[in-house]
Design a protein. Sequence first.
Length: 308
Amino acid sequence: MEIRVGVIGLSVHSAAYTEIINSGGSSPEFSGCKVVAIFHPPGNPDVEFSEAQLQNFTETIKGQGVEFVGSIKEMVKKVDAVMLLTNDGRPHFKEIMPVLKAGKPVYVDKPLAASLSDVLAIFKMARKYKVPTFSCSPLRYVKEALDIREGKVVGRVLGANTYGPAPIQKSHVDLFWDGIHAVESLYTVMGGTGCKTVTRTFTDGADVVVGDWGDGRIGVFRGVRKGKSGFGGTAFGEGKIASIGVFAGYRPLVVAIVEFFRTGKSPVSEDETIEIYAFMDAADESKRMGGIPVSVPDVLSRSKKINN
């Protein structure tokens, strides 16, 4: 079955994911799948790319035979599935609604939204319209991290440390912007949901966020704002201590996105995605309260009440 894919937003990921899918038609992972249309909404100056970058993205996408259209509503009529790749979480709720109403399965780039409340609202609408919805960072698909999650490397994971860039974008919860990458890595190797409390230590140059899973396991995220940065971490297991691996490109995530479009089944549960954002929201609250432990379930419960 042919899958025609539409894209919302012009970004690094728009260009890269389109090129991977449309150049990989001879690979079984991408056979029968093609990006055919894109809508580029007006940008937000505080998180926008330069004109030179936008022109480069445009040329890459047009070079893959993709049509630029004038609206999301026009685009969804031409496609079977959508990648929402706007480089800003704030408009995602507004942008995803025509997709959900059209019944098209949708992958949403990070950050899923600019607030936990909007994250919950997006999933609520996806359930209402019964539309498969999937969101995650490309860092989830580092091979070593997945192998650790599946128990192939260190045995049962007793704890983990991850690190990555954590620049602050004022319109978003602090860690939603780029911190989510290493937080998602942490959840990947820790095996998913279950974090009970979060404690955040903040300085201008770095964050250290300690998550207590309540079963003796501790996961630690270090967000870097000064000095050398990059992605990585360590998993501590019953049988071994091992590196969680190095990010090696977008292809594994794009393979997962296409498989999601084929099956309609998200490879990451809604509960896990929501808890990742609740973890980061709790870290924000811990910062505001001077670094005291904050309950992740309580943060989530309060946000759910607001959305009901």
